[in-house]
Design a protein around this ligand. Structure first.
Ligand code: PLP
Length: 375
């Protein structure tokens, strides 16, 4: 029996292979590889897709986060509010700038709990970083309101949420900056590292273009200490191709999410739910297998994963160690138990196979296998 991978990228490539190959050859033969017409066109088209005035292509999602806080002038002595259960890159975007992350627990949809944000605001708080985790838009109505009332900057981490909406508005268009990753396994993946920001502010877009290119607007006139974080022409060209198919790619994800939701009926696992007003583009479809009281890491979760693997079905954990418990952030001094919900989720979550080109038969095999699990 063929193995079902947790994520795979070959099917997504093969579906539009001819278009990608034609574009790659076009760029290779153009004789122009950095900051040319592909990047410029991509920026226009991507901003239009997200519904913002501007987009700036960058080298990665982490760079987008890092440079967003840098351009907003957030650094040493400043606090940024972020959810505890995120990929560590979200937190690194804050701490590379010497700012301090202040963690908020997630709600039952795995998104930042908007009702627990205000109690964390101090006179040092400068911004909120919202991560639309697993592809679900967070409660932006509440969060935008909090930012307005407390005069805070708003940055969105959209690395997992391309196309996801809150009340019909796309993630990446609510804040000062939307930060996107096009890492190959993301819903809108490139064929190498790539990222971008979106914004409605012309000055922020201009500054971002300066920072990505060694701090210069005019060649050899360096205004600030910037970075080399340019999206390259080849990736921009390939992303332009993918963008024309994003509606289909996203609709397929909705369908995969719907089939899991309808098909999985084993009471031993907890299925993800989508908050009213939000959509989820199912970057990951994340179940929870509850731990026993006081157990810490769920033994049942580990047995569940082993059982699926024995049946040729691969899963992953997003993420086994929350950022505040990682070695990198030992210096924050947050012991075990300081974010109980975040830690509970880390101990219980398991991500099912989901990818562009997943067949009905493959998905049915996963569903049947889960439903047959006796615990
Ligand atoms: C992937 C990811 C990033 C980082 O993106 P890179 O392009 O790999 O640097 C940041 N935040 C989240 C939530 C991610 O999933």
């Amino acid at each position: 029996m063929e193995k079902i991978m947790q994520g795979r990228m070959d099917r997504g490539f093969e579906r539009y292979q001819k278009e990608y190959e034609d574009k790659a050859l076009e760029v290779l033969r153009s004789g122009w590889y950095i900051l040319g017409k592909e990047v410029e066109n991509f920026e226009t088209e991507f901003a239009e897709y997200v519904g913002t005035k501007y987009s700036v292509g960058l080298a990665s999602g982490l760079d987008a986060l890092w440079l967003a806080f840098k351009v907003l002038g957030i650094g040493k002595g400043d606090e940024v509010i972020v959810q505890g259960n995120t990929y560590i890159a979200s937190v690194m975007g804050i701490t590379i700038n010497d700012a301090t992350p202040v963690f908020v627990e997630p709600d039952e949809h795995y998104e930042i709990d908007a009702d627990k944000i205000e109690e964390k605001i101090t006179d040092k708080t400068k911004a909120i970083l919202v991560v639309h985790l697993y592809g679900q838009a967070a409660n932006m109505t509440k969060i935008v309101d909090i930012c307005k009332r407390h005069d805070l900057k708003l940055v969105e981490d959209c690395a997992q949420s391309h196309g996801a909406c809150h009340n019909g508005q796309m993630t990446g268009s609510f804040g000062d900056f939307g930060c996107f990753s096009f890492y190959p396994s993301k819903n809108m993946g490139a064929y190498g590292d790539a990222g971008a920001i979106t914004t409605n502010d012309p000055e922020l877009a201009r500054l971002m273009k300066i920072y990505r290119n060694y701090g210069s607007e005019k060649r050899y006139h360096n205004m600030v200490v910037g970075a080399n974080s340019r999206l390259d022409e080849l990736q921009a060209g390939l992303l332009r191709v993918k963008l024309t198919h994003m509606e289909d790619i996203t609709n397929e994800r909705y369908e995969l999410g719907r089939r899991y939701a309808e098909g999985i009926s084993n009471p031993l696992v907890i299925k993800p739910t989508v908050a009213e007003g939000s959509t989820c583009v199912w970057h990951q479809y994340v179940l929870r297998v509850p731990a026993k009281d006081g157990e810490g890491q769920s033994k049942a979760r580990d047995e569940f994963r082993q059982y699926l693997e024995d049946n040729g079905i691969m899963t992953l954990i997003h993420y086994p160690i929350p950022p505040h418990r990682s070695q990198a952030y030992e210096y924050l001094g947050l012991p075990e138990g300081s974010l109980p919900i975040t830690e509970k989720y880390a101990n219980e979550v398991v991500s099912l196979p989901i990818y562009t080109g997943m067949t009905v038969e493959e998905q049915q095999r996963v569903i049947d296998c889960i439903n047959a699990w006796k615990g």
